[in-house]
Design a protein around this ligand. Structure first.
Ligand code: DOR
Ligand code: ZN
Length: 343
């Protein structure tokens, strides 16, 4: 049995850091584990310009604990009227690492998202040409489609046509939740990759209804049946470089979760790597954690691999009910791994 795992410090290729006081409260949880993070742009006022992205990046850096080495990688929020020029310049000047496609009204703060991909045609053509990745929230918003089918239907209705129309566009299907997504990404070329969250490796849809309505396990895309969780575990631990780490850590204050219309999102940043380590260990694939967490992401984004190393120790720790007022994923559970914080 391995008792200590030393690995290259990982990156989080999908995280929600929020803004203002929440940003201050949650950022230490990300930087203690991750060297870089792709920061989602779905603030109340979406990050859709270079100026907004630069200002947000500065707020993130100011909120980091002192002496932290942490690089936020900013994303542009695609809207129907996004400026192609702004996207192009933002990517070329290193302000934007990628652009995020939220189908309008698919999730938190997505009202300004894209109502029809035909509106962003010129942006997608430009992104394809300059090698700017498109990050995709892959769910249809058609309310006649069952909520548990929205990812699978998105792949058929939107992703397949997008791949045909823009074959050289680099795309990441974010936070995949279904075996359809695993199969589609696994059989695609190297221009398509996917992130996998820790929570989707641990819970299936029953978690939301275990003894009552448990909003702490409600996120989007919503967790699916057990067969899908198992497919995600196979993909994450497969060694296939198209699958990599993206926590989708998405904090919401308790009053926004525990209400008649609760927000989607799981705050997993505090124990993210311990959570992935548990899943990989349960699959007998701890030796593949480093590639998933620290190598596949940089390879897809064409970025250097981190130099620092990090140590996970097999050492039990009880996850508290709250971390800075937010309910962490695994609250109340004892995790068998403990990370030696990098800062
Ligand atoms: O559960 C989620 N929370 N899924 C998303 O797509 C957005 C996120 C958020 O921002 O709260
Ligand atoms: Zn997200």
């Amino acid at each position: 049995m391995i008792d200590q795992l030393e690995m290259i410090v990982p990156d989080d290729w999908h995280v929600h850091l929020r803004d203002g006081e929440t940003l201050n409260q949650v950022i230490p949880n990300t930087v203690k584990t991750f060297r870089r993070a792709v920061v989602m742009p779905n603030l109340r006022i979406p990050i859709a310009t270079m100026a907004a992205a630069r200002a947000y990046r500065n707020r993130i850096l100011s909120a980091c604990p002192s002496r932290t080495r942490f690089t936020p990688l900013m994303t542009a929020y695609l809207t129907d009227d996004i400026s192609t020029e702004e996207l192009k310049r933002g990517f070329q000047e290193g302000v934007f690492t990628a652009a995020k496609l939220y189908p309008a009204n698919a999730t938190t703060n997505s009202a300004a998202g894209v109502t029809d991909v035909k509106h962003i045609h010129s942006a997608l053509v430009a992104m394809e040409r300059i090698g700017m990745p498109l990050l995709i929230h892959g769910e249809v918003t058609d309310i006649s489609v069952d909520v548990f089918d929205r990812e699978a239907v998105f792949i058929e209705r939107l992703l397949k046509p997008l791949r045909q129309r823009y074959p050289d566009l680099r795309m990441v299907l974010e936070h995949i939740t279904t075996e359809q997504a695993v199969d589609f990404v696994g059989s695609a070329d190297q221009n398509l990759a996917a992130t996998i969250t820790p929570h989707h490796l641990h819970i299936n849809r029953n978690a939301m209804f275990a003894g009552g309505l448990l909003s702490d396990f409600y996120c989007l895309p919503v967790a699916k049946r057990e067969q899908h969780r198992l497919a995600l575990r196979r993909a994450a631990t497969s060694g296939d470089r198209r699958f990599f780490l993206g926590t989708d850590s998405a904090p919401h204050v308790r009053s926004a979760k525990e209400t008649s219309c609760g927000c989607a999102g799981i705050f997993n940043a505090p124990y993210a790597l311990e959570s992935y380590a548990l899943a990989f260990d349960q699959e007998g694939k701890l030796d593949r954690l480093e590639a998933f967490a620290s190598l596949h992401g940089p390879a897809f984004y064409g970025l250097p691999v981190n130099e620092e190393r990090i140590i996970l120790q097999r050492d039990k720790q009880l996850v508290p009910d709250l971390v800075n007022g937010f309910v962490p994923f695994h609250a109340g559970e004892t995790l068998p791994w403990r990370l030696q914080p990098r800062v």
